[in-house]
Design a protein around this ligand. Structure first.
Ligand code: G3D
Ligand code: MG
Length: 206
Protein backbone atom coordinates (compact mmCIF):
# COMPACT_ATOMS: atom_id res chain seq x y z
CA UNK A 1 0.00 0.00 0.00
CA UNK A 2 1.30 3.47 -0.87
CA UNK A 3 2.45 5.66 2.04
CA UNK A 4 0.01 8.39 3.07
CA UNK A 5 0.86 11.68 1.36
CA UNK A 6 2.04 14.51 3.56
CA UNK A 7 -0.24 17.50 3.42
CA UNK A 8 1.07 20.97 3.94
CA UNK A 9 -1.24 23.69 5.28
CA UNK A 10 -0.65 27.34 4.50
CA UNK A 11 -2.50 30.18 6.18
CA UNK A 12 -2.76 33.18 3.89
CA UNK A 13 -4.49 36.34 5.04
CA UNK A 14 -5.96 39.05 2.85
CA UNK A 15 -5.65 42.64 4.01
CA UNK A 16 -6.70 46.06 2.80
CA UNK A 17 -9.36 48.71 3.25
CA UNK A 18 -13.03 47.91 3.23
CA UNK A 19 -14.51 47.80 -0.28
CA UNK A 20 -11.29 47.09 -2.22
CA UNK A 21 -12.61 43.66 -3.23
CA UNK A 22 -10.95 41.23 -0.80
CA UNK A 23 -13.98 38.98 -0.42
CA UNK A 24 -14.69 39.11 -4.15
CA UNK A 25 -11.10 38.16 -4.98
CA UNK A 26 -11.14 35.19 -2.64
CA UNK A 27 -14.46 33.98 -3.92
CA UNK A 28 -13.21 34.31 -7.45
CA UNK A 29 -9.98 32.44 -6.75
CA UNK A 30 -11.57 29.62 -4.78
CA UNK A 31 -14.74 29.50 -6.93
CA UNK A 32 -15.08 25.77 -7.49
CA UNK A 33 -14.07 24.78 -3.99
CA UNK A 34 -16.08 26.98 -1.76
CA UNK A 35 -16.04 26.44 1.98
CA UNK A 36 -17.80 29.20 3.88
CA UNK A 37 -17.36 27.94 7.40
CA UNK A 38 -17.89 30.92 9.63
CA UNK A 39 -15.53 31.28 12.53
CA UNK A 40 -17.81 33.03 14.96
CA UNK A 41 -15.29 33.07 17.77
CA UNK A 42 -12.73 35.13 15.91
CA UNK A 43 -15.06 37.00 13.59
CA UNK A 44 -13.34 35.94 10.39
CA UNK A 45 -14.11 33.69 7.45
CA UNK A 46 -11.74 31.36 5.74
CA UNK A 47 -12.02 29.51 2.50
CA UNK A 48 -9.86 26.59 1.55
CA UNK A 49 -8.36 25.61 -1.76
CA UNK A 50 -6.31 22.53 -2.52
CA UNK A 51 -3.30 22.97 -4.74
CA UNK A 52 -0.17 20.98 -5.54
CA UNK A 53 3.33 21.94 -4.48
CA UNK A 54 5.04 22.70 -7.82
CA UNK A 55 8.40 21.40 -6.51
CA UNK A 56 7.46 18.18 -4.67
CA UNK A 57 3.99 17.53 -6.16
CA UNK A 58 2.73 17.07 -2.58
CA UNK A 59 -0.80 18.25 -1.87
CA UNK A 60 -1.15 21.62 -0.17
CA UNK A 61 -4.21 23.16 1.44
CA UNK A 62 -4.43 26.92 1.24
CA UNK A 63 -6.43 28.38 4.06
CA UNK A 64 -7.42 31.85 2.87
CA UNK A 65 -8.53 34.13 5.66
CA UNK A 66 -10.88 36.97 4.93
CA UNK A 67 -12.00 39.63 7.37
CA UNK A 68 -15.61 39.92 8.47
CA UNK A 69 -15.69 43.66 7.93
CA UNK A 70 -13.68 44.66 11.02
CA UNK A 71 -11.02 46.21 8.77
CA UNK A 72 -13.13 49.37 8.85
CA UNK A 73 -11.84 49.85 12.38
CA UNK A 74 -8.33 48.53 11.64
CA UNK A 75 -8.71 46.08 14.51
CA UNK A 76 -8.58 42.56 13.22
CA UNK A 77 -7.36 41.00 16.44
CA UNK A 78 -4.36 38.77 16.96
CA UNK A 79 -6.24 35.51 16.15
CA UNK A 80 -6.66 36.67 12.56
CA UNK A 81 -2.91 37.10 12.11
CA UNK A 82 -1.73 34.20 14.29
CA UNK A 83 0.19 31.58 12.36
CA UNK A 84 -0.13 33.43 9.05
CA UNK A 85 2.38 32.21 6.48
CA UNK A 86 1.81 34.99 3.96
CA UNK A 87 -0.36 37.96 3.10
CA UNK A 88 -2.14 39.38 0.09
CA UNK A 89 -2.29 43.15 0.41
CA UNK A 90 -5.07 44.72 -1.67
CA UNK A 91 -5.96 48.25 -2.74
CA UNK A 92 -8.53 49.56 -5.21
CA UNK A 93 -6.98 51.28 -8.24
CA UNK A 94 -9.99 53.63 -8.36
CA UNK A 95 -9.65 54.90 -4.77
CA UNK A 96 -6.47 56.78 -3.91
CA UNK A 97 -6.99 56.47 -0.14
CA UNK A 98 -6.88 52.67 -0.28
CA UNK A 99 -3.40 52.99 -1.79
CA UNK A 100 -2.33 55.56 0.82
CA UNK A 101 -3.29 53.14 3.61
CA UNK A 102 -1.11 50.29 2.33
CA UNK A 103 1.85 51.15 4.53
CA UNK A 104 -0.15 50.95 7.72
CA UNK A 105 -1.60 47.55 6.70
CA UNK A 106 1.86 46.33 5.87
CA UNK A 107 3.25 47.55 9.19
CA UNK A 108 0.40 45.95 11.11
CA UNK A 109 1.02 42.64 9.35
CA UNK A 110 4.74 42.81 10.16
CA UNK A 111 4.03 43.56 13.84
CA UNK A 112 1.46 40.80 14.20
CA UNK A 113 2.86 38.05 12.00
CA UNK A 114 6.60 38.79 11.79
CA UNK A 115 8.63 38.79 8.61
CA UNK A 116 6.51 36.86 6.12
CA UNK A 117 6.14 37.12 2.34
CA UNK A 118 3.39 39.15 0.79
CA UNK A 119 2.23 40.37 -2.62
CA UNK A 120 0.50 43.58 -3.62
CA UNK A 121 -2.73 43.57 -5.63
CA UNK A 122 -4.29 46.58 -7.34
CA UNK A 123 -7.86 45.39 -7.84
CA UNK A 124 -10.71 46.55 -10.13
CA UNK A 125 -8.57 46.78 -13.25
CA UNK A 126 -11.80 46.57 -15.27
CA UNK A 127 -12.58 50.13 -14.13
CA UNK A 128 -9.73 51.73 -16.08
CA UNK A 129 -11.66 54.92 -16.79
CA UNK A 130 -11.99 55.55 -13.04
CA UNK A 131 -8.36 54.83 -12.20
CA UNK A 132 -6.78 57.07 -9.54
CA UNK A 133 -3.55 55.15 -8.92
CA UNK A 134 -1.29 54.70 -11.95
CA UNK A 135 0.47 51.43 -12.61
CA UNK A 136 3.76 53.28 -12.43
CA UNK A 137 3.05 54.58 -8.91
CA UNK A 138 1.94 51.16 -7.67
CA UNK A 139 4.92 49.41 -9.25
CA UNK A 140 7.26 51.94 -7.66
CA UNK A 141 5.76 51.28 -4.21
CA UNK A 142 6.06 47.53 -4.72
CA UNK A 143 9.62 47.84 -5.94
CA UNK A 144 10.59 49.94 -2.90
CA UNK A 145 9.13 47.25 -0.65
CA UNK A 146 10.63 44.48 -2.77
CA UNK A 147 7.32 42.73 -3.43
CA UNK A 148 5.54 41.56 -6.58
CA UNK A 149 2.70 43.69 -7.94
CA UNK A 150 -0.37 42.36 -9.74
CA UNK A 151 -3.36 44.12 -11.22
CA UNK A 152 -6.53 42.09 -11.00
CA UNK A 153 -10.21 42.22 -11.61
CA UNK A 154 -12.28 40.04 -9.35
CA UNK A 155 -15.17 40.93 -11.64
CA UNK A 156 -13.75 39.56 -14.90
CA UNK A 157 -11.28 37.16 -13.25
CA UNK A 158 -8.18 38.74 -14.71
CA UNK A 159 -4.83 38.22 -12.96
CA UNK A 160 -6.41 36.60 -9.89
CA UNK A 161 -5.04 33.07 -10.30
CA UNK A 162 -1.50 34.31 -10.96
CA UNK A 163 -1.43 36.57 -7.88
CA UNK A 164 -2.64 33.85 -5.49
CA UNK A 165 -0.44 31.19 -7.10
CA UNK A 166 2.58 33.46 -6.64
CA UNK A 167 1.97 34.06 -2.94
CA UNK A 168 1.31 30.35 -2.36
CA UNK A 169 4.64 29.49 -4.03
CA UNK A 170 6.46 32.10 -1.95
CA UNK A 171 4.90 30.83 1.28
CA UNK A 172 5.76 27.23 0.42
CA UNK A 173 9.38 28.16 -0.27
CA UNK A 174 9.86 29.77 3.13
CA UNK A 175 7.97 27.18 5.17
CA UNK A 176 9.88 24.07 6.24
CA UNK A 177 8.70 20.97 4.38
CA UNK A 178 6.84 18.54 6.61
CA UNK A 179 9.67 16.00 6.40
CA UNK A 180 12.11 18.76 7.39
CA UNK A 181 10.12 19.62 10.51
CA UNK A 182 12.28 20.40 13.53
CA UNK A 183 13.16 17.52 15.85
CA UNK A 184 11.04 16.71 18.92
CA UNK A 185 10.80 19.57 21.39
CA UNK A 186 12.97 19.15 24.45
CA UNK A 187 15.56 16.98 22.71
CA UNK A 188 18.81 18.85 22.25
CA UNK A 189 21.46 17.62 19.85
CA UNK A 190 24.67 16.52 21.58
CA UNK A 191 27.65 18.70 20.77
CA UNK A 192 30.45 16.14 20.39
CA UNK A 193 33.09 18.85 20.19
CA UNK A 194 32.50 19.66 23.89
CA UNK A 195 33.07 16.09 25.09
CA UNK A 196 35.98 15.92 27.58
CA UNK A 197 39.02 14.11 26.19
CA UNK A 198 39.95 10.91 28.05
CA UNK A 199 42.71 11.49 30.64
CA UNK A 200 46.10 10.18 29.65
CA UNK A 201 46.67 8.43 32.98
CA UNK A 202 43.27 6.65 33.03
CA UNK A 203 43.80 3.05 34.03
CA UNK A 204 42.30 0.87 31.41
CA UNK A 205 40.84 -2.33 32.93
CA UNK A 206 41.13 -4.19 29.67
P1 G3D B 1 -14.08 43.93 0.64
O1 G3D B 1 -14.26 42.49 0.98
O2 G3D B 1 -12.65 44.30 0.47
O3 G3D B 1 -14.77 44.84 1.56
P2 G3D B 1 -15.87 43.32 -1.53
O4 G3D B 1 -14.72 44.16 -0.81
O5 G3D B 1 -15.34 42.07 -2.11
O6 G3D B 1 -17.04 43.23 -0.62
O7 G3D B 1 -16.21 44.30 -2.74
C1 G3D B 1 -16.66 45.62 -2.55
C2 G3D B 1 -17.43 46.08 -3.78
O8 G3D B 1 -16.53 46.14 -4.89
C3 G3D B 1 -18.54 45.14 -4.20
O9 G3D B 1 -19.54 45.91 -4.81
C4 G3D B 1 -17.90 44.28 -5.27
O10 G3D B 1 -18.82 43.75 -6.17
C5 G3D B 1 -17.01 45.31 -5.95
N1 G3D B 1 -15.84 44.71 -6.60
C6 G3D B 1 -14.96 43.86 -6.04
N2 G3D B 1 -13.99 43.55 -6.93
C7 G3D B 1 -14.28 44.22 -8.06
C8 G3D B 1 -13.64 44.31 -9.36
O11 G3D B 1 -12.61 43.71 -9.65
N3 G3D B 1 -14.24 45.12 -10.28
C9 G3D B 1 -15.40 45.82 -10.02
N4 G3D B 1 -15.89 46.57 -11.00
N5 G3D B 1 -16.01 45.75 -8.82
C10 G3D B 1 -15.46 44.97 -7.86
P3 G3D B 1 -20.92 46.26 -4.09
O12 G3D B 1 -21.64 47.08 -5.11
O13 G3D B 1 -21.56 44.96 -3.81
O14 G3D B 1 -20.55 47.03 -2.85
MG1 MG C 1 -15.16 41.60 2.66
Amino acid sequence: MAAAQKKQLLKIIILGDSGVGKTSLMNQYVAKKFDNRYKATIGADFLTKDITDPVTSDPVTLQLWDTAGQERFQSLGSAFYRGADACVLVFDITVQDTFAHLTSWMEEFAIQAGKKPYVLIGNKSDLESKRQVTQKTAKQWASNENVSYFETSAKDNSGVELAFQTIADMALKQKPRIEEAPSLPGLKPIDMSKKKPAKQDDKCPC
